[in-house]
Design a protein around this ligand. Structure first.
Ligand code: ZN
Length: 293
């Protein structure tokens, strides 16, 4: 992507240096706060996440072994308390992406768009939707209207998911911003209400639609994102990076990797093919109306 001297968003909180303070146990294992969250059903009104569940299951798989120390091994442990551990280049990039989503959605929705806030944390933090934990992956919280992201996820994206590249990262942010757009449109409330009346399988199907729309909105943003001179910020190969990420985090692909089998009724985010199609649909058109469901 080519942002040039595109502005940075100011809707940002960097709590990477004090992330575990929210748990009052500085350096302690935050899983105690995580377990109730896992036991609950992840309704739309609660936490909207990109890849939630699969990380949690794999984390909890190791929990029985006793204590389960580092969820994110070998990272972000050396900075003095209170000091940001965020890489300056990553910070700059995220804030340019966020600013670009503000400009784009501001244009597309006019006065109806009010920005979301991005919270960068490391390892664990308290969100308006309960405990934020790296293992959950990035998520949007409708209660406080903020996006929570541990940038360690970008490393996972490139290494564990084999989806490197700046647009793969931008897609993650734009997907969460897409949930914020849905929130402003009242779609999250609608979906939450529909889920309350639905069976678990039907509820999952509703969530899949919400997630695919967020992917589509990420594509809409990318299609409309402009540099300060009005040129596209998307460069050769960028879109393919996003498609690789969308493919890697499809429910079927993740389930096949984590449990060897695929259970379609349990899908909450859509298959790899569906996620790629949604991102592509938004990107090809640039019109949020193609994302309707
Ligand atoms: Zn999502």
């Amino acid at each position: 992507m080519r942002f040039g001297d595109e502005r940075e968003s100011s809707n940002f909180e960097d709590v990477t240096g004090r992330s575990e303070m929210g748990f009052g146990g500085g350096g302690g294992n935050p899983l105690g706060c995580l377990i109730p969250l896992v036991a609950s059903r992840f309704g739309i009104g609660g936490v909207i996440v990109l890849v939630i569940g699969y990380f949690l299951l794999s984390s909890l798989g190791g929990l029985g072994g006793g204590g389960g120390g580092g969820i994110v091994p070998g990272t972000q442990q050396s900075a003095p308390a209170g000091q940001s551990t965020l890489d300056p280049n990553t910070r700059h990039f995220m804030l340019q992406v966020l600013a670009s989503t503000e400009d784009t959605w501001g244009k597309l929705l006019g006065g109806r768009y009010t920005p979301t806030k991005l919270v960068a944390y490391s390892r664990a933090y308290q969100s308006g939707c309960g405990a934020a934990q790296s293992a959950m992956g990035p998520f949007y919280c409708p209660t406080d209207k903020k996006i929570y992201l541990d940038t360690e996820f970008f490393n996972e994206l490139s290494q564990r998911f084999q989806a490197p590249g700046d647009f793969a990262q931008a897609y993650v942010i734009a997907h969460e911003v897409g949930h914020h757009v849905q929130d402003l449109e009242g779609r999250l409330d609608e979906a939450h209400n529909a889920q309350a009346r639905a069976s678990e399988t039907e509820g999952n199907a509703i969530q899949v639609k919400v997630e695919l729309q967020a992917d589509c909105y990420a594509g809409v943003w990318a299609a409309n994102a402009k540099d300060p001179e009005g040129g596209p910020v998307m460069e050769q190969g960028d879109f393919e990076e996003g498609m690789r990420a969308a493919e890697a985090i499809g429910d079927d692909t993740l389930q096949r990797q984590s449990q060897g089998t695929v259970v379609p009724d349990s899908f909450t985010h859509g298959t790899s093919a569906q996620r790629m199609e949604a991102l592509q649909r938004g990107y090809k058109s640039g019109d949020p109306n193609v994302c309707k469901f």
